[in-house]
Design a protein around this ligand. Structure first.
Ligand SMILES: NC(=O)c1ccc[n+]([C@@H]2O[C@H](COP(=O)([O-])OP(=O)(O)OC[C@H]3O[C@@H](n4cnc5c(N)ncnc54)[C@H](OP(=O)(O)O)[C@@H]3O)[C@@H](O)[C@H]2O)c1
Length: 274
């Protein structure tokens, strides 16, 4: 399914994006890695280049996804250097945790700009290629935070719910054009993003998020690739996370009760530590 396909991976320099890139390289895809930090991109490109077959292409593109003109320019470079994309994987994202009353508007805006508008900009940039090719595939790396509320993630959850809503709608709208969507909703997995949050996250957030085991980025990447190969729309890596998603969907009252019960033991509130 991936052999000789041209795959754009935003956030391909780190975490799940990097792990998916490694797997797709082994499956014979041509890769375009997109992120801001040139050095990190160059390091991943060098690492993956070592295992490529003759003729297999890989390119790295430094771009801030919040800037639609910069995104368009990067996709133009990808068309010229690698070719018009067959698959877009939107994995770039940022995460901040904190009590709502302590979150600034800048945090809300930055999360929407990167997690939501970054995804919108890339989909807009790739659609003309998919139309010319008669189809394509878009994998949006969302989160369980896009399907349910999580203590301390008010801004992050809002941005990921926006990604989920966008994906649900576009799945219907673009299916007649043979454009397939996948919505990936992992629970927490180990990555540089989580390392940063671990340095300051609230106890309530830690308790709620760690209801399920923390996966590795490699486990998440494997689940995504397999889910795409099976043409699954909703991909939830990890059996425990899938159970939480089902409980939240089918028994929402119980799910809220259980969460309240667990949080009651640790709830400190925004004034704690002042
Ligand atoms: N880790 C988790 O527990 C978890 C759980 C559920 C969902 N997710 C989602 O999974 C995806 C990958 O997360 P991860 O943990 O693998 O994160 P990560 O290791 O921090 O990687 C994030 C990637 O996004 C890029 N990025 C961030 N802002 C960008 C911007 N404005 N323009 C272009 N690239 C940008 C980063 O590169 P630069 O900084 O160089 O730009 C990096 O390559 C994210 O969408 C995240 O929300 C993560």
């Amino acid at each position: 399914m991936f052999k000789d396909k041209i795959v754009v991976i935003t956030g391909g320099s780190s975490g799940a994006g990097k792990e998916m890139a490694a797997r797709l390289a082994r499956r014979g895809a041509h890769l375009a890695l997109v992120a801001r930090d040139r050095e990190k991109l160059a390091a991943v490109k060098k690492e993956l280049s070592a295992g490529l077959s003759p003729g297999q292409k890989i390119g790295s593109y430094s771009c801030d996804l919040t800037d639609p003109e910069a995104v368009e320019k990067s996709f133009q470079e990808i068309r010229v250097e690698i070719g018009p994309p067959d698959i877009l994987i939107n994995s770039a994202g940022v995460l901040y945790e904190g009590y709502f009353e302590k979150q600034t508007l800048e945090v809300f805006r930055e999360l929407m700009e990167i997690n939501f508008f970054g995804t919108v900009h890339c989909i807009q940039a790739v659609l003309p290629d998919f139309r010319r090719k008669g189809g394509g595939r878009i994998v949006n790396i969302c989160s369980m935070a896009g399907l349910m509320g999580i203590f301390g993630y008010s801004a992050y959850c809002a941005s990921k719910h926006a990604v989920a809503g966008l994906t649900h709608s576009l799945r219907h709208e673009l299916k007649p054009q043979n454009i397939h969507f996948h919505l990936v909703c992992p629970g927490e997995f180990a990555s540089p993003m989580v390392d940063k949050v671990n340095a300051y996250r609230s106890q309530e957030n830690r308790v709620m998020v760690h209801t399920v085991p923390v996966l590795t980025a490699s486990e998440v990447a494997e689940a995504v690739i397999k889910g795409v190969e099976r043409d699954e729309y909703l991909i939830i890596p990890g059996a425990a996370t899938r159970l939480v998603e089902r409980l939240n969907r089918w028994l929402p009252g119980f799910s809220r009760f259980f969460t309240d019960w667990r949080l009651k033991k640790v709830c400190r509130g925004p004034g704690a530590g002042d």
